[in-house]
Design a protein around this ligand. Structure first.
Ligand code: NDP
Length: 389
């Protein structure tokens, strides 16, 4: 049976890698829905090549331009959050790939879960903000959430050879980002260009900056807690700069199983799309002899406080992880606009969390309220820092 796929965020790094996998396996997959934010040029190319029946973009004006450009085609073109929901709940779609960056992914992903779609989840922010709500809805609707993040895919794959009741801990590996060997002092003057130069992965800008602060690993700790229904005390982080071991699981008898391979997002994407089958992928194969050495170290949470903030947020619970995420999004955006320095990101996140009065995170209203509050608080601090320059 051909699986019908909608991709939220098809013009991004995960979105285009997903389309690469689909293009190589047209006997197995058919694209039915695509979405972008503003990149209508790339979306139009994708429309002409993959022929979805529905697409959506962020703004009404862009939708108007796209309609004009695609008037020779039979396609529905929508905009805004409603448009995203139309694509994510499209009746004919079997799988929704959630690959929008940031909190904008939450509402359409949750809508897809409620509509009973299988989710291939890249957008970790959805789980960080609303893990309780999303996992409850998934249980209620019998929905499978398949991980796309390479670390979570690794754990998912390893667990085909083990039972959760036998697991002592999971170990998420982290490349350490471009500033692993920089001192805290050097990190303060890191430029946007330096932060965007990831040593291993070629990803979207936001997740690349998150990798440089180690916030990305913190978000992944929270994502793992919800995806695998485990205690945060069972989740460890290990720096492994070569990114060959994608993550590990330690069992009660001391046995440790890992999933390893070349760092290429098409592998976890393909596995999420084709699960439980595996696909032939034409790509470089792992050559351990030429790699020679794999190295490991513990993360330095003093030098990278964002990781410590993420552990703190999930231990505090309620709306704190949503606040961590939203303050981080606001701070990263300000850093990308070169309004603040690199080290201001961690400062803004920490200070916003400190001011937050936690609410329960079992309703979308509470989560969205916390999200708005955190952005406003973070923005105040950003303006204060800007004013000092
Ligand atoms: P990109 O920035 O490359 O792509 C983001 C996609 O989302 C684009 O299609 C973009 O559209 C769209 N988008 C951005 N903002 C909005 C918005 N407000 N409303 C609607 N659409 C929007 O990101 P990545 O592909 O790198 O990452 C996507 C998600 O996957 C993130 O959550 C990230 O953490 C996660 N992830 C990414 C990995 C990677 O290797 N890239 C690895 C593991 C997880 P447009 O192009 O028009 O701007």
């Amino acid at each position: 049976m051909i699986k019908k796929i909608s991709i939220l965020g098809s013009t991004g790094s995960i979105g285009t890698s997903t389309l690469d996998v689909i293009a190589a396996h047209t006997d197995k997959f058919k694209v039915v829905g695509l979405t972008a934010c503003e990149n209508i040029g790339k979306l139009e190319e994708q429309i002409r090549r993959y022929k979805p029946s529905i697409v959506s973009v962020a703004k009404e004006k862009s939708a108007g331009i796209l309609k004009d450009r695609c008037k020779d085609l039979k396609i529905e073109i929508h905009s805004g959050v409603e448009g995203l929901i139309c694509v994510s709940t499209l009746p004919e779609a079997d799988i929704v790939v959630s690959a929008i960056t940031g909190s904008a992914g939450l509402i359409p992903t949750l809508a897809a879960v409620k509509a009973g779609k299988t989710i291939a989840l890249a957008n970790k922010e959805t789980m960080v903000m609303a893990g309780e709500i999303v996992t409850k809805e998934a249980d209620k609707n019998g929905v499978r959430i398949l991980p796309v993040d390479s670390e979570h895919s690794a754990i998912f794959q390893v667990m085909h050879g083990g039972r959760w009741e036998d697991v002592d801990r999971v170990i998420l590996t982290a490349s350490g980002g471009p500033f692993l060997k920089w001192s805290a002092e050097e990190k303060k003057s890191a430029t946007l260009k330096e932060a965007l130069r990831h040593p291993v992965w070629n990803m979207g800008a936001k997740v690349t900056i998150d990798s440089a602060t180690l916030m990305n690993k913190g978000l992944e700790v929270i994502e793992a807690k919800w995806l695998f229904n485990i205690s945060v005390n069972q989740i460890n982080v290990l720096i492994h700069p070569q990114s060959i071991i994608h993550s590990l699981v330690e069992f009660r008898d001391g046995s440790v199983m890992a999933q390893i391979g070349v760092p290429d997002m098409r592998v976890p994407i393909a596995y999420a799309l084709s699960y439980p089958e595996r696909l032939d992928l034409l790509m470089a194969r792992l050559d351990l002899a030429s790699i020679g050495m794999l190295t490991f170290e513990n993360p330095d949470m003093k030098k990278f406080p964002c990781l410590a903030y993420a552990y703190h947020a999930i231990k505090e619970g309620g709306t704190m992880p949503a606040v961590l995420n939203s303050a981080n999004e606001a701070a990263v955006r300000a850093f990308m606009q070169e309004r603040i320095g690199f080290s201001d990101i961690e400062k803004i996140v920490g200070e916003t969390m400190e001011k937050h009065n936690i609410m329960r995170a079992d309703t979308l209203d509470n989560v969205l309220h916390a999200d708005k509050w955190a952005r406003e608080e973070a923005e105040k601090e950003i303006s204060r820092i800007e004013g000092k320059h």
